[in-house]
Design a protein around this ligand. Structure first.
Ligand SMILES: [Cu+2]
Length: 132
């Protein structure tokens, strides 16, 4: 009778150990992947995401924002939400220009170097792009 109980408990204990081996075997690698030290998930995301898109709105005769920081190869898009046409022109050497951007239209450019720019139609309108 006693040996029967011992065998029964042995069976339960072995079953428990057997199951827990599989349960821990399945869950532990996932836990480690999530909590692995030195790996910041957001840092990995930012490495993966390629060139960014920056939007500058043109309204009330101003660029909004009038200063932005970008990474080399990012795209900047100017959206003319004003009621008149504007242009986006490199200020110092006129290295590049959008030509006339009608009201409601937009123009975009891949940025590789820092630049001061302005609207050649309304020369008080100025902006700056800094490549970090
Ligand atoms: Cu303008």
């Amino acid at each position: 009778m006693i040996s029967f109980f011992i065998l029964k408990w042995r069976g339960i204990i072995f079953t428990y150990l057997f199951l827990s081996f599989f349960l821990f075997g399945c869950t532990r690698p996932e836990d480690n992947a999530i909590n692995e030290p030195g790996k910041n998930p957001s840092a990995i995301d930012s490495e993966k995401s390629g060139p960014e898109l920056h939007t500058i709105e043109i309204s009330e005769m101003k660029f909004h924002p009038d200063q932005i920081n970008v990474h080399k190869g990012d795209t900047v898009i100017w959206k003319n939400n004003d009621i008149v046409a504007h242009c986006i022109t490199e200020e110092n050497t006129k290295a590049w220009t959008s030509s006339k951007v009608p009201a409601g239209a937009s123009w975009k450019m891949v940025v590789n170097t820092s630049a001061n720019y302005f609207c050649a139609i309304h020369q008080v309108m100025k902006g700056k792009i800094t490549v970090e």
